[in-house]
Design a protein around this ligand. Structure first.
Ligand SMILES: [Mn+2]
Length: 346
């Protein structure tokens, strides 16, 4: 079966890469925001890239990161240096109000996914676009905030707390005859990109359902999506379908385009392993790509990350090409002797 070469590029609307200063952001009065979630330090590079990616695409909404207690002080410092506002929540304390089973609490916290449910508790925002940390935005997606998140009234059904938009979960597989089959699950969603109006009740229902499972039941479910799917079917959430262009695995892009299912993706979601930052770390085996388009998309992520690093440390702007005043080696130490003398003395 032939591999398609479909190469996509990041389309900039606006070259501004200025980050809003932390001091200028009052998280209490923000109307709309992009929100990411960090359960620990693992996804830092993804968050830094998203922040840069949004600014590069001229996004007019702030980007904030929800973090829990497992995120280290060092990572908090880095986020601050990149002017990324942080909203902190103690997940253990929150879960204690739902269950006193500490083993279950540990299991939930250690699974990393479930703190994501706290995004619905961010009621300081009117509307949020939640973004997983393993995304690459190819175009400005500010228009996602225009989606109507008011729940619709439906007969014989409890009124939902909120309406959320997610893409259908998807899979593409190549069969032995070379034919590509794309499996779209119409009653299950992928939680990599979510548009919603935060409502505390949703977080409450999600954590209540999760803790009601007990430890054995909890260990049987796979990801945060399972519970989202469950409560969307039970009427607490009204799930609407977000077009696939907003949450597309790099692996399926070329087949989806070839099959006429999408024209061009706007958001790439590196759902599976490897995560793109593992390539920056050079920590995975070289042969990892399923097709040239997927390879190209990983490469776009990596190039954007390097671009961010270059802008931060190496780009000389007028007046900014300053060097440190104190060049220690070969100069006098505070004790009045040269390094060489000091070494000789030792
Ligand atoms: Mn993801």
């Amino acid at each position: 079966m032939s591999k398609n070469n479909i190469y996509l590029e990041i389309i900039e609307k606006n070259k501004s890469t200025d980050s809003p200063k932390l001091s200028n952001i009052n998280t209490k009065n923000m109307v709309n925001a992009y929100v990411a979630y960090m359960a620990n330090d693992r996804d830092l590079k993804g968050v830094l890239l998203l922040n840069y990616n949004l600014k590069k695409l001229g996004s007019k909404y702030p980007f904030v990161v929800l973090i829990i207690e497992k995120v280290s002080e060092n990572v908090k410092r880095i986020l601050k240096e990149h002017h990324i506002p942080v909203i902190y929540c103690d997940l253990r304390d929150t879960l204690k109000s739902f269950t006193n089973n500490n083993e279950l609490i540990d299991a939930i916290i250690n699974k990393h996914y479930y703190g994501k449910y706290l995004i619905f508790a961010l009621t300081q925002f009117n509307k949020i676009v939640y973004l997983d940390t393993d995304l690459l935005l190819l175009e400005n997606i500010d228009h996602l905030f225009e989606y109507d998140t008011t729940p619709t009234e439906r007969d014989n059904q409890k009124k939902s707390f909120s309406r959320i938009y997610m893409t259908n979960d998807m899979q593409a597989s190549v069969q032995s005859d070379g034919q590509v089959y794309v499996v779209l699950t119409t009653n299950a969603f992928n939680s990599g990109v979510i548009i919603t109006e935060p409502k505390m009740e949703i977080t409450t229902v999600l954590f209540r359902e999760l803790t009601n499972l007990g430890l054995d039941g909890f260990l049987k479910i796979n990801t945060d999506q399972d519970m989202l799917n469950k409560i969307s079917n039970s009427g607490f959430l009204e799930c609407s379908i977000l077009p696939m262009i907003y949450n597309c695995s790099p692996t399926v892009v070329s087949d989806f385009i070839r099959l006429g299912m999408i024209e061009k993706p706007k958001v790439i979601h590196f759902m599976l392993k490897p995560k793109p930052w593992e390539l920056i770390d050079a920590s995975v085996e070289p042969i990892i790509f399923s097709n040239p388009t997927s390879k190209h998309l990983y490469s776009l992520w990596n190039n954007l990350y390097v671009e961010m690093v270059n802008k931060r440390y190496f780009e000389i702007q007028p007046g900014s090409d300053k060097y440190a005043d104190n060049y220690f080696w070969g100069k006098m130490t505070p004790n009045g002797c040269t390094i060489e003398e000091k070494i000789n003395k030792i």
